[in-house]
Design a protein. Structure first.
Length: 118
């Protein structure tokens, strides 16, 4: 994420941090549990490794997620939400509930049931 020199409000900066197709999904996955790169890649359908790594690096740079590397062989790294990330997760949870309401209104209950959301 490239930070701009000027913003008209703080929401613009937050939007810049989470902008993109995958960042909110990554935050959602990490809100469920800490994950390795491979676990994230498996759990997010359609994301390429290159895009995942790029978004993880941007979220790390903004302090939304952290990365813990354990000693030993093979090295294992795990991503987790920071306090800032947990606050964003709360906002994304609200967005998720609005999306569920909208899908119910659009008669997509079967999809929601398949995903375990109803």
């Amino acid at each position: 994420m490239k930070k701009r020199n000027e913003y008209t409000c703080p929401l613009e900066m937050t939007h810049d941090v989470i902008r993109g197709k995958w960042k909110t999904i990554i935050i959602w996955q990490l809100g469920e549990s800490n994950c390795s790169l491979a676990e994230l890649e498996r759990s997010i359908a359609g994301i390429s490794r290159k895009m995942l790594v790029q978004h993880l690096n941007e979220l790390l740079a903004c302090g939304v997620i952290g990365k813990e590397i354990s000693d030993g062989y093979p090295l294992k790294s795990e991503y987790y939400l920071t306090q800032r990330g947990k606050k964003l997760f709360e906002a994304i949870s609200i967005m998720q509930s609005v999306g569920i309401e909208m899908m119910v209104e659009d008669h997509r209950e079967e999809f929601l049931k398949e995903k375990g959301l109803l």
